[in-house]
Design a protein around this ligand. Structure first.
Ligand code: PMP
Length: 296
């Protein structure tokens, strides 16, 4: 996958520069210890214009992630959103994935820095987990213990855990991993939250051991509009495997159905599931189609 070419511009500390000539310091604390915060945002070409979906929510989470781990954040999010629209325009991107990254100065100590940098890049990216229902395995890797880090912060170092789980799943012939929390209850995917459907209701792990996904919050909002009951609670592996259906949700993955978990097959057809309804409603929402086109 080529993320940029000779003409691509990125936003770097207040100016637009060529991605191919932009530099970073090899002594940076982020590179050595994983102390950096980032976001994954999507822009959609709607019938109105190109729109960054939930831009404020993403930049607010970026700020909060930095605050939690002590990375100074002195940027104005309104200005950053403006700059991101400008970045899309300069690169002629309409449907795009946007990646802001806050990274630290050269520093070999283990003390949080007093200065940080921002870069924002964007590229065209299809559905991260594809369009087909997924074969998922319960990962041997657990999500980080919330007493070992701030799990609600989107910090680069946390993604070692996601890479280990995804690589293990792919090696074993699965499409994706599902990680449990430190108590062996269902947590989330390496880059997405999970919902399960049982007896006409949705269930999703409560906050505490997971990233508070913006798509997860959007699904909950959509369920309110569509009068679908959602329960946030602890979910055991037994409950997961006895569900009628399940799906992952995330900015990159959007809404994607799960076909199997290990050797358990969800027998209900995806097209009969609540997940399918939510998948269509989500698509309509991000594309700013007024009518959700959903009949339950
Ligand atoms: N969990 C993890 C671990 C993630 O990396 C992501 C992607 N940011 C999500 C959940 C979903 O979050 P969002 O809906 O905000 O993209």
């Amino acid at each position: 996958m080529q993320y940029y070419n000779a003409n691509t511009l990125i936003y770097l500390n207040g100016t637009f520069v060529k991605a191919s000539t932009a530099q970073t310091d090899l002594y940076g604390q982020s590179l050595h210890y994983g102390l950096a915060a980032f976001e994954g945002i999507r822009a959609y070409k709607t019938h109105n214009a190109t729109r960054i979906f939930k831009a404020k929510e993403h930049f607010d989470r970026l700020k909060r992630s930095c605050e939690l781990v002590g990375i100074p954040y002195n940027w104005d999010n309104k200005e950053l959103i403006k700059m991101t629209y400008s970045l899309l325009e300069k690169n002629n991107l309409k449907d795009a994935y946007i990646r802001p990254l806050i990274y630290c100065e050269p520093n070999m100590t283990l003390v949080a820095p007093d200065k940080a940098n921002i870069m924002i890049c964007a590229w065209e990216w299809g559905a991260y987990l594809g369009e087909k229902q997924l074969k998922v395995c319960v990962s041997p890797f657990q999500r980080p213990n919330p007493k070992s880090t701030f799990v609600e912060a989107k910090i680069s170092g946390h993604y070692i855990n996601s890479i280990l789980a995804t690589t293990d799943a792919k090696k074993r012939g699965f499409d994706e991993a599902l990680l449990l929390d430190m108590n062996e209850n269902v947590a989330e995917g390496p880059g997405a939250n999970i919902f399960i459907e049982k007896d006409g209701k949705l269930f999703t792990p409560a906050l505490g051991n997971i990233l508070a996904g913006i798509t997860r919050a959007t699904v909950i909002e959509l369920c309110k509009i569509l009068d679908i009951e959602v329960v946030e609670k602890t979910i055991s592996v037994d409950e997961l495997k006895n569900a009628d259906n399940a799906f992952f949700c995330g900015t990159a993955a959007e809404i994607i159905g799960i076909h199997t978990i290990d050797d358990t097959v969800y027998r209900q057809r995806w097209s009969d599931s609540i997940g399918y309804t939510i998948q269509r409603a989500y698509k309509n929402l991000v594309l700013e189609k007024v009518n959700y086109e959903v009949i339950i």
